[in-house]
Design a protein around this ligand. Structure first.
Ligand code: FBP
Length: 552
């Protein structure tokens, strides 16, 4: 198969490692911190994670490590949505294992966590690995969203680990997948098994972060890819001067992606779901805000613009949130009946009277396509699949309606022509930026060191990310340290806390300081495509979010 010139060149890219991980492998040692606590619910979590709770933070330093050359057999899983750099996590893990001991083996579980429970696996050899270095995508071994939750699934995972003689499993995933990693680590120990479990923080959504995890991998490349596209659209809008572009951006719950793209491109409007919720905004109020900018710009003869919409916003508008929660409950409680209803009309008939009066009225008022999308299947973690709800179209139709009313009342005299876009899949498999290529490789290498050092129930961590890569600080964070109890499917469950956009944080405050100007005055910035070769200020810059959070 012919490959592109860029891919060929990327194969030769040597990811940068933090100083603590480069040099002689026998000199990568561990520095242990004090015992840790979970973020809340300490008593309950200590009880639930009897074997893994309270472990110390770990940093890698130069020093003697007599365990590092042990021969190991490890299995790796890519879990959940694709994120640029996943292949480099595997590359870092593979190279670490082979550096430690050339006889160590790495297996890749196929198609996500289901590969572990169903023992679908392939060995990762050097030749196979080399075809995927510094490439995007998860196609090397595939991914999946299977949640390991039943006793049978846990037992099947242990069975596979025994059959393959595994020393450890590495789970590359987001908050839900790493919650699973924590449960699996605990389960193995409770069953008297020595199989270790290590997680790596992945998700373009950027919501798996905290004091010790500065960013999840994939976010950097995805936001740079989306920002390039948004910049191109903004320039087209500024050239043609005839369209308003409503651009929905992936990110499920959190608005980190929209916020970062907003900071990079300076659109007229950038909605932030967390702010919508905090201010208790209704759909109508959001539409009013958008119309205010359209009207002001029309007065300046600028009948064009760019609006960024986080895909999760529907779940943060209190009235929509209530409706979705009611639909979730009704659909979950009557799953079989609901699945048996032939079509949308039958679903609507059946739903009649099952929603509260307010939610029923709101549901009726939605365009048919949106109502249908709200009734689509939930994901295995019980989430509504927001990537399939076309909020940009909903907002366009509501804005059109409002503007035509205003026109009749002579309160608006502009022209309004809108186009909808959705960016998500475009950015999830891009060639990882140098940042993600280096970060992911370092995470994979860190996972190896944690395994070789005999640890379990840890998330690989690489910090100080706004500094050059050799100054990064690698180590591990106990998974239980990031957990709390949350209500899921009607009962309290231990989960890793999702990081939403902090309204008191520097990235949001920066957007808030400028957006009133951007709403009226054309202020677009055009970031251009990710560059892989060239000066570091062009190729290796971390996101604005990271720089604002860690280098104010
Ligand atoms: P992860 O949290 O698993 O990384 O996935 C994130 C995401 O890309 C969301 O931004 C998006 O809503 C969702 O996956 C789409 O899911 P799917 O890939 O199943 O269509």
């Amino acid at each position: 198969m012919e490959i592109s010139a860029l891919q060929k060149l990327r194969y030769t890219y040597k990811p940068k490692l933090p100083a603590g991980l480069s040099g002689e492998i026998t000199e990568v040692a561990l520095e242990l911190g004090a015992p840790t606590e979970s973020i809340s619910d300490q008593g309950e979590l200590r009880e639930l994670f009897k074997h893994t709770y309270g472990k110390p933070l770990v940093a890698f330093v130069r020093g003697k490590n007599d365990k590092i050359q042990k021969k190991l057999t490890v299995g790796v899983i890519l879990s959940g949505g694709q994120a640029p750099g996943g292949h480099n996590v595997i590359a870092g893990l593979f190279d670490g294992l082979k550096k430690g001991n050339p006889d160590s083996k790495l297996y890749g579980f196929l198609g996500g966590p289901g590969g572990l429970t169903d023992n679908k696996v392939r060995e990762i050899t050097g030749d196979f690995m080399d075809q995927y270095r510094n490439t995007g995508g998860f196609d090397m071994i595939g991914s999946g969203r299977t949640k390991i939750e039943t006793p049978e699934q846990f037992a099947a995972a242990l069975e596979t680990a025994k059959k393959l003689n595994l020393d450890a499993v590495v789970i590359i995933g987001g908050d839900d997948s790493n919650t699973n990693a924590a449960l699996l680590a605990e389960y193995f120990l409770a069953q008297g098994s020595a199989v270790q479990v290590i997680g790596c923080p992945k998700t373009i959504d950027g919501d798996l972060k905290n004091q010790y995890i500065e960013a999840s991998f994939g976010f950097d490349t995805a936001v740079k890819t989306f920002s390039e596209l948004i910049g191109n659209i903004a320039r087209d809008a500024n050239s043609a001067k005839k369209y308003w572009h409503f651009i929905r951006l992936m990110g499920r719950s959190a608005s980190h992606i929209a916020l970062e793209c907003g900071l990079q491109t300076q659109p007229n409007i950038c909605l932030i779901s967390e702010e919508v919720e905090a201010n208790n905004l209704s759909l109508g109020q959001i539409v009013d805000q958008i119309c205010a900018s359209i009207i002001k710009r029309a007065e300046n003869k600028e009948n064009f613009g760019v609006i960024l919409i986080p895909e999760g916003v529907v779940e943060f508008i209190p009235e929509m949130k209530k409706l979705i929660a009611e639909l979730n409950d009704v659909m979950a409680l009557n799953a079989e009946i609901f699945a048996g209803l032939g079509n949308f009309e039958a679903q609507i008939d059946w739903l009649g009277g099952k929603l509260s009066p307010e939610s029923g009225t709101l549901f009726q008022s939605l365009p048919e396509e949106i109502a249908k999308q709200l009734l689509m299947d939930r994901d295995p973690h019980g989430n509504v699949q927001v990537s399939r709800i076309e909020t940009e179209k909903l907002l366009i139709s509501m804005v059109e309606k409002k503007l035509s009313q205003l026109k009749k009342a002579k309160a608006y005299g502009g022209k309004f022509s809108a186009l909808g876009h959705f960016f998500g899949y475009e950015g999830r498999c891009a060639f990882p930026s140098n940042f993600d290529a280096d970060y992911c490789y370092s995470l994979g290498f860190s996972a190896f060191v944690l395994i070789a050092s005999g640890l379990t129930g840890y998330l690989a961590s690489v910090r100080n990310l706004t500094a050059p890569a050799d100054k990064w600080i690698a180590g591990g964070v106990p998974l239980t340290m990031m957990m709390n109890l949350e209500r899921r499917h009607g009962s309290q469950k231990p989960v890793i806390k999702k990081a939403l956009v902090a309204l008191e944080g520097a990235p949001f405050k920066t957007l808030a300081a400028f957006r009133d100007t951007w709403a009226v005055k054309t202020s677009f910035v055009f970031p251009g495509a990710i560059q892989y070769y060239g000066p570091p200020e062009v190729c290796d810059q971390p996101t604005r979010t990271l720089r604002l959070e860690y280098r104010p």
